[in-house]
Design a protein around this ligand. Structure first.
Ligand SMILES: Nc1ncnc2c1ncn2[C@@H]1O[C@H](COP(=O)(O)OP(=O)(O)O)[C@@H](O)[C@H]1O
Ligand SMILES: [Mg+2]
Length: 295
């Protein structure tokens, strides 16, 4: 059914550890059509970022591989731009210059004027032209993510890879950015793979939700097609039966089929604090769920 645009074939990866190789992923198979918006969801540590990093070319799969438009992915490239949770803007460069830096490497041969127009166009898409000369530490977290998205889009990627892009933002800012991302996706039609912990975000934005089993040797558990018409409106969907059915499917997968038992923190202080942050993620998601149920 899906055209051959982006294919993950039998992707597996072993990480070397002091105790021997750790198989994080095994037999991950996924075909993504051009322009499709796919979310990856699963418990912390299941391997979502590893999948994304393999598509980005930041990790090399141990088995299988990734093919984009007929060419095997072997290294990072501008046709696969990544947006991380923590913006990763250069702190000494202004908003404008951060985007310019990305564009310079992909738009060699363009005139100064053309380059400026293109940078401005991308900053307009994310509603950030009012802050061109600000440094990253002079703008809010949501604005930084907007600039990170503009920077990625300015490279004209075939595929936009987003690793929990809105995970560190408050709920209202997150909602604004989700709406912007839906508009941009409708305009540009990029293929998007987005990792999220937020069930509502996944259903609202996605054409398909890819749900991953817990590791080790994690793989895809279930795939849910989201057949809600676009443009989508969060308010109208709040009491939409089909929307709530999709949410229920994802929640059932996460909290019933792939229920994660929190183990007692052991060993080092470091691993104890990691465990805590994991349980916060799950419980804050449950809180969100209750909030939007009430809304
Ligand atoms: N470079 C690495 N070396 C060893 N283990 C790793 C490395 N990167 C990730 N892992 C392990 O692989 C698993 C998946 O990690 P990750 O993809 O970051 O999960 P997620 O993004 O779903 O939270 C985890 O058990 C993690 O500890
Ligand atoms: Mg991750």
């Amino acid at each position: 059914m899906h055209t051959k645009h982006l294919e993950l074939e039998q992707v597996g990866i072993d990480f070397p550890t002091p105790k021997g190789p750790f198989t994080a992923l095994q037999d991950v198979n996924l075909k993504i059509a051009k322009g499709e918006f796919v979310s990856l969801i699963g418990h912390s540590g299941c391997g979502k970022s590893t999948v994304l990093n393999i598509v980005a070319g930041l990790h090399q799969a141990t088995t299988g591989g990734v093919i984009l438009d007929g060419a095997e992915v072997k290294q990072p490239g501008p046709e696969r731009a990544v947006v991380f949770q923590n913006h990763s803007l250069l702190p000494w460069l202004s908003v404008y210059k951060n985007v310019e830096l990305a564009v310079k490497s992909t738009m060699r041969g363009k005139s100064k004027g053309e380059m400026r127009d293109w940078i401005m166009h991308n900053l307009e898409l994310v509603h950030m032209t009012h802050a061109l000369d600000k440094l990253p530490n002079e703008i809010s977290g949501g604005m930084k993510q907007r600039v990170g998205i503009a920077r990625a889009l300015a490279m004209e990627p075939k595929v936009l890879l987003m690793d929990e892009p809105f995970g560190a933002l408050d709920a209202l800012t997150r909602a604004h950015l989700q709406d912007s991302l839906m508009e941009i996706h409708a305009d540009l039609g990029n293929t998007v793979i987005m990792i999220t912990h937020d069930v509502d975000e996944a259903v609202l934005l996605s054409d398909r939700i890819v749900m991953m089993n817990n590791g080790p040797a994690a793989t895809i558990g279930e795939i849910l097609d989201i057949e809600l018409p676009r443009p989508r409106n969060r308010l109208a969907l709040a009491d939409n039966k089909q929307y709530n059915h999709y949410r229920h499917e994802v929640l059932t997968f996460l909290y019933d089929k792939q229920k994660k038992v929190e183990t007692v923190p052991s060993r080092t202080k470091h691993s104890a604090s990691q465990k805590n942050s994991k349980s916060n993620e799950v419980s804050s998601e449950k809180k969100d769920t209750k909030k939007s149920d009430a809304a």
